[in-house]
Design a protein around this ligand. Structure first.
Ligand code: ACO
Length: 428
């Protein structure tokens, strides 16, 4: 007999089915709660206990530090796969054959042109604009140049929209950087691989040759894979909920970029480096900042620490920490900020405040250090995160549309004024 959960309310008992996932995660299915009980809803600010969907894309177990894309361990993917293979895996469910991968990349190359008119939109931004704002706007603007709605019942339509985004997004990423640096815009070099081409589009100077450093390309490939999906986090939930209104793919992704921008989410990678730099400039006294982080009257938080779901360690942070040492070593970069980061991590891991609250370094504690070693400016870090997360957002949007999920529309418990009479201006 299938399991059920019982809720007792106002002297009556109501039964609800239990949904069990393939990794034995259990959930009370409360679809009929409000109707059955005559108005009862659940209240869960921040959705700490609320599942918004059933999804077959990414499995993570925060207690055991497990992260898998479509069943494959993140550690194996980071060591063996290319970012484009992982993108295919996330979006279409299986690792591609060589033929499927070649077709994917050939299709991407064919679609990599961004309409010249888009440059006028970019020109409207001051150089000082934050790249995440620019990227979100440009992604949204893509709709104007690709206006036909995606028929989600047509596999071909879906595929074409996805290809367009995978093709044009890296160009927009590179343009946000080049605009900031006063460099002419570039469309890259289709003879290169996806990741290598991104590097060239970002860094090639007009009067110089640009040779892609394989160490840099491999490090970026790994970082993009580690960021590629993370189930129902803030930006992904945003993409799904915007898409649930049947807004198009580009509009949904643009909203996801805005959600990612915040320092409590993707913006943490920029905030970490700024924090570490600040500590360095202040004499490198990590103890002082540990004290600040623990002081409830001080708004300072140790950026790059803590995670909504990982409560023992973030598997991505483990991979990145090792990678940071390797990449800096191979590139011959000595970064004093890495020593501050290691010092802070050691102190935090031995401090009861952090241990009791299960606060561990997250993926972004070390990613900024690698991005810096690769020559990527600090304010572009979150943009790099967006580039990595793109396949995950697309996969989640596609899954949501194919399953024909209803529009996302949470309820609330109203706590405002009861009905009152309109007060004329002179009486206020
Ligand atoms: N520094 C100091 N204290 C912290 C930190 C931190 N980084 N993170 C959490 N805490 C404390 C909180 O003050 C709270 O203490 P209390 O119980 O005494 O009130 C307790 O730990 C629980 O924290 P919450 O904010 O309730 O945890 P939540 O799950 O809501 O937040 C979050 C998770 C947002 C990631 C948080 O840990 C944080 O702000 N971290 C710093 C920002 C960061 O690194 N974000 C990146 C996340 S990873 C990503 O998006 C890719």
């Amino acid at each position: 007999m299938s399991k059920k959960a019982t809720i007792e309310f106002d002297g009556k008992k109501y039964e609800f089915p239990i949904v069990v996932g393939t990794e034995n995660e259990v959930a009370i299915q409360i679809k009929s709660l409000r109707g059955d009980t005559g108005g009862l809803i659940t209240l869960d600010p921040g959705y700490k206990n609320t599942g918004s969907c059933e999804s077959a894309i990414t499995f993570l177990n925060g207690e055991e530090g497990i992260l898998r894309y479509r069943g494959y361990a993140i550690e194996e993917l980071a060591d063996n796969a290319s970012f484009l293979e992982v993108a295919y895996l996330l979006i279409f469910g299986e690792l591609p054959t060589q033929q499927q991968l070649d077709k994917l990349y050939a299709d991407i190359k064919r679609e990599s042109n961004v309409d010249e008119e888009m440059k006028k939109i970019l020109d409207g931004f001051p150089k000082s604009a934050h790249p995440m704002g620019v990227l979100s706007s440009l992604t949204s603007a893509l709709i104007a140049f690709n206006p036909s709605a995606v028929n989600v019942d047509s596999e071909e339509d879906m595929y074409n929209a996805i290809i367009k985004l995978l093709a044009k997004f890296p160009v927009l990423v590179a343009w946000t950087l080049r605009k900031r640096q006063g460099q002419p815009l570039d469309y890259g070099d289709s003879s290169l691989g996806y990741v290598e081409n991104i590097l060239k589009m970002m860094f090639k100077k007009p009067s110089e040759n640009y040779e892609v450093d394989p160490v840099v390309a491999s490090a970026l490939n790994k970082l993009l894979i580690l960021h590629a999906d993370h189930e129902q986090n803030c930006s992904t939930s945003t993409v799904r909920i915007v898409g649930s209104s049947h807004a198009g793919l580009f509009a949904s992704i643009s909203a996801g970029i805005s959600a990612l921008w915040g320092p409590l989410h993707g913006g943490a990678n920029q905030a970490v480096i700024e924090m570490l730099e600040g500590i360095k400039q202040d004499g490198g006294d990590t103890k002082k900042y540990m004290k600040k982080a623990k002081d409830k009257n001080d708004p300072f938080r140790l950026m790059g620490f803590g995670h909504r779901v990982y409560k023992n360690f973030d598997p991505r942070a483990k991979i990145i920490k090792k990678s940071a040492d390797e990449v800096l070593g191979k590139l011959g970069v000595q970064d004093p900020v890495l020593d501050i980061a290691k010092g802070l991590e050691k102190e935090a891991l031995e401090d009861s405040y952090f241990v009791d609250r299960k606060l561990y370094p997250n993926v972004d504690f070390y990613s900024g250090i690698i991005y810096r070693a690769l020559g990527i400016p600090t304010e572009m870090f979150t943009v790099m995160f967006a580039l990595g997360r793109l396949p995950g957002w697309i996969a989640q949007w596609r899954e949501m549309r194919l399953k024909k999920e209803p529009i996302g529309r949470p309820r609330q418990v109203y706590t405002g004024e009861n009905l009152r009479s309109f007060k004329p201006m002179e009486n206020r």
